[in-house]
Ligand binder design. Structure first.
Ligand code: NAD
Ligand code: MG
Length: 383
């Protein structure tokens, strides 16, 4: 199967290449993409010999293209090339592993082209859920969730008629038990030190605020076509139970594994078959106990904001996502306190009224307005 890995230099990219490398006869690395990190992409091309490489965030450059030819890779430049690779006739599967709104256009291009889409880029679905699902129905694209919770639900989900609700688990992040008054002064390093998962910096901060779970509630709404009332969140600090599905008869099915993204990635790659992921087998006897608790909304106001945006509908989730991206970037750059993130998002949601999100232009317009509002708010807070 010819696989294009969008965001190959990231955490999801590395895990995907690890799984693929275990099954060389089964998967061919057809294209690898990265933003800015030339050396890292060159190294990946040297090792995996893709037919195409795409660099965004770098001006077109002939010397670079010549260098990549040594690895038999044709180097393309810019965001347009990402979409071209996503819909390339020889691309069979696309790992959507770019972080944030930057992944929307290429993910949507893959869906429109009817590809098998392994979806890690949850922000694309948060911004444009109805558009993406409609495009999949029209093109016949198969969207396979890579996000561990959604992959777990997918594995446990049979007939929607009989599903009462789904429960997404959350680790609670690094600040689950920290004193509330300490949160105002936590550093980016502390926020990115996740107890169970090693991930990119943006999603690590999202996990610390639990906006990650909020985005995942919206992602689940579209993937499984369930109303917000039927999507619950439960904090489960061990990150062993990845999510649960409750049925009409009271049965609850769950998927368990060690916290290792190679498990859902291998599942999405091989579905409906199964392949070795490289993850260590789960040893419940040594883990001994699993615990669960309700999320504390005073500690994690971002979770409530995400539910509110989902209920408001239309462009509200795109506004939520864009404001969050700006706030997280400001926090990582030391320009905003951790506890300022939720306020920036709430203000953007209040300033940009929700409108219809029927086409990409409307979504991108809301995204741009939300970024302007959030930036204004960050600057006002810094002054
Ligand atoms: P990361 O920061 O480690 O990697 C991001 C990748 O996207 C890099 O290859 C980078 O070059 C590329 N990229 C960044 N900005 C870009 C731009 N403007 N244009 C083109 N490419 C760009 O992030 P990650 O942790 O791998 O997460 C990727 C996505 O997967 C996110 O949407 C995240 O929410 C989701 N996800 C990640 C994990 C995880 O364990 N890391 C788990 C579940 C879901
Ligand atoms: Mg997740």
């Amino acid at each position: 199967m010819n696989l294009a890995i969008l965001g190959a230099t990231g955490s999801i990219g590395a895990s995907t290449l690890d799984v693929v490398g275990r099954h060389p006869g089964r998967y061919r690395v057809f294209a690898l993409t990265a933003n800015g990190s030339v050396e890292q992409l060159a190294e990946l091309c040297r090792r995996h010999r893709p037919r195409y490489a795409v660099l965004s965030g770098v001006a077109e450059n002939r010397d670079l293209a010549r260098r990549f030819r040594e690895f038999d890779a044709e180097l393309l430049f810019g965001a347009q090339a990402l979409e071209a690779i996503a819909r390339h006739p020889e691309t069979e599967a696309v790992m959507a592993g770019i972080v944030g709104a930057a992944g929307l256009a290429s993910t949507l291009a893959a869906v429109r082209a009817g590809k098998r889409v392994l979806l890690a880029n949850k922000e694309a679905l948060v911004m444009a859920g109805p558009l993406m699902m409609r495009a999949a129905r029209e093109s016949g694209a198969r969207i396979l969730p890579v996000d561990s919770e959604h992959n777990a639900v997918f594995q446990c989900f049979s007939d929607k008629k009989f599903v009462r609700k789904i429960v997404l688990t959350a680790s609670g992040g690094p600040f689950r038990a920290a004193p509330l008054e300490a949160l105002a002064s936590v550093t980016p390093e502390q926020a990115c030190a996740h107890p169970n998962w090693s991930m990119g910096r943006k999603i690590s901060v999202d996990s610390a605020t639990m906006m990650n779970k909020g985005l995942e509630v919206i992602e689940a709404r579209w993937l499984f076509d369930l109303a917000a009332e039927r999507i619950e969140v439960l904090v489960h600090p061990q990150s062993i139970v990845h999510s649960l599905v409750e049925y009409a008869d009271g049965s609850v099915l769950a998927q368990l594994s060690n916290p290792d993204m190679r498990v859902p990635i291998a599942h999405a790659l091989a579905y409906p078959e199964r392949v070795d992921s490289g993850a260590q087998a789960l040893d419940l006897a040594s883990i001994r106990s699993l615990s669960f608790e309700k999320p504390d909304l005073a500690r994690f106001p971002c979770l409530a904001l995400a539910y509110a945006a989902l209920r408001a509908g239309g462009t509200a989730p795109a506004v939520l996502n864009a404001a969050n991206e700006i706030a997280v970037e400001a926090f990582l750059a030391g320009r905003l306190a951790f506890t300022g993130i939720a306020g920036v998002i709430a203000d953007a949601l209040a300033a940009v009224p929700a409108g219809p999100a029927e086409d990409l232009a409307q979504v991108m317009e809301a995204d741009a307005r939300a970024r302007r509002e959030a930036n204004k708010r960050v600057m006002a807070l810094a002054a």
